[in-house]
Design a protein around this ligand. Structure first.
Ligand SMILES: Nc1nc2c(ncn2[C@@H]2O[C@H](COP(=O)(O)OP(=O)(O)OP(=O)(O)O)[C@@H](O)[C@H]2O)c(=O)[nH]1
Ligand SMILES: [Mg+2]
Length: 407
């Protein structure tokens, strides 16, 4: 079964979640100043940008599952944008928190924060700087943890807890089954039990605080949140970002979803040449721009691209995949000399997988379960060395999978 990497977009109403999705995926989901514009989730496909191995190998590739532009491999990932969350959403405030259930399969969550501080907690306009983005980070994280707890301790919890004994292996197995479909593995459950000191406590004896503690740790590990300081183009934003950086202990990535959306649209229309993630663009059809548009583009160049080394979107997608979710990139091939598949396509596929993934898991999850059954060994196409099923895949590995039928 082929599973793609999923990024979920969360935040209070009007922080720019849908604009972020539209900019990253060039979708056309509805955006407006009014809070709760999004009710049903919006989906899109974005790309993580990695340096393609075609450069190093000096080959011309024919990508199939991804795109190669100027020696950069853009690998598709799924994005999901949901409704806005307000404080006490778990008690039913705003649109409540049930819509978060659409995010159970997400690998990473992006919290889109309005860094200009121009919106109250429910997404209504207030004067710039009046809202403290730090408070948004705190309330949102709490709501996400409480949502997670609601899923773990859903109504049949006491019945479930009674069926398991204290034996740790059984507790892990039972919790793993209960949480299936949430992108959670057994190691994460073991780690969360340990960190919340619940290793030796039978779930039937867990207090509400215990469940909350466990949910919090498990959420942190399995659905880490990356803070995105959106609307960085606004006047007061840079100052707010610096003040937030002094108080919040974690990465905060600046972004102007609006600027990225404009650049990608002008690029699509052939007016400018812009490679997502780059620090500049080139105007190729100057005549098609009004003087206002030219001025806007100039501002984007001076006040965003050069100051923040890009609009932030591509950097955020890459950071979420590489630094937060620890994804690496692997290229399966059939021919270790030409790096082609069995149809002659050179370096056809590039897959994102979690660091630590073993060859056998990779074959099972990313290639084909039938191939996994006949799996014998792998070959590193660079070194031509044989790799056993327990080989831990490394970033930019080019791998041939040998099966009993293909040998
Ligand atoms: N200046 C500026 N405005 C932005 C940016 N991103 C979004 N906006 C504006 O913010 C408003 C809300 O944008 P949306 O994308 O609809 O926000 P949302 O978070 O999806 O809102 P809900 O669906 O209601 O929760 C719109 O007027 C956008 O144009 C940005 O980077 N800079
Ligand atoms: Mg929206």
């Amino acid at each position: 079964m082929y599973m793609t990497f999923i990024i979920g977009i969360i935040g209070k109403p009007s922080s720019g979640k849908t604009t972020f999705l539209n900019a990253a995926c060039l979708t056309n989901a509805k955006v407006s100043e009014l809070p709760f514009t999004t009710i049903d989730p919006n989906k899109g496909v974005a790309y993580v940008k990695t340096e393609c191995v075609c450069k190093e190998l000096k080959v011309e590739d024919n990508p199939k599952n991804s795109i190669c532009l100027d020696g950069f491999r853009f690998i598709p990932i799924n994005m999901l944008d949901v409704a806005g969350l307000v404080p006490d959403a778990h008690k039913g405030k705003g649109l409540g928190n049930k819509f978060l259930n659409d995010l159970v399969k997400a690998d990473v969550l992006l919290h889109i924060v309005d860094i200009s501080g121009s919106l109250d907690k429910s997404g209504n306009l207030v004067s710039m700087g009046n809202n403290d983005p730090y408070e948004d980070i705190l309330f949102l994280e709490e709501e996400i943890n409480l949502w997670f707890k609601d899923i773990i301790a859903r109504e049949d919890w006491s019945k479930f807890a009674k069926t398991i004994t204290t034996e740790r292996r059984k507790v892990v197995e039972a919790l793993y089954e209960r949480l299936s479909g949430m992108q959670i593995n057994k190691m994460q459950i073991i780690q969360s039990l340990k960190s919340s000191n619940l290793d030796n406590k039978n779930p039937s004896e867990w207090t509400d605080q215990d469940t909350l503690k466990f949910s919090k740790v498990l959420r942190q590990i399995s659905k880490p949140i990356l803070i995105v300081a959106n609307k960085i183009d606004k006047e007061i934003s840079d100052q707010n970002l610096k003040s937030l950086e002094n108080r919040y202990d974690g990465p905060i990535l600046p972004c102007s979803a609006l600027a990225e959306l404009l650049l990608r649209k002008y690029h699509e229309d052939g007016i400018i040449e812009y490679l997502p993630g780059s620090m500049s663009f080139e105007i190729i059809q100057e005549k098609k721009l009004t003087s206002n548009e030219r001025e806007t583009l100039n501002k984007i160049k001076l006040k965003i691209l050069s100051l923040y080394k890009g609009t932030g979107i591509q950097n955020i997608l890459n950071y979420a995949a590489n630094n937060i979710a620890n994804q690496i990139c692997v290229y399966p091939v059939s021919d270790i000399n030409s790096f082609a598949d069995n149809k002659g396509n050179i370096l056809p596929d590039a897959f994102l997988i979690k660091k630590g993934t073993r060859l056998r898991e990779f074959v099972r999850d990313k290639i084909h379960s039938e191939i996994a059954e006949n799996f014998m060994f792998g070959i590193d196409a660079r070194t031509k060395k044989r790799l056993g099923e327990n080989y831990e895949l490394q970033d930019k590995n080019i791998i041939k999978v040998v099966t009993s039928s293909s040998k």
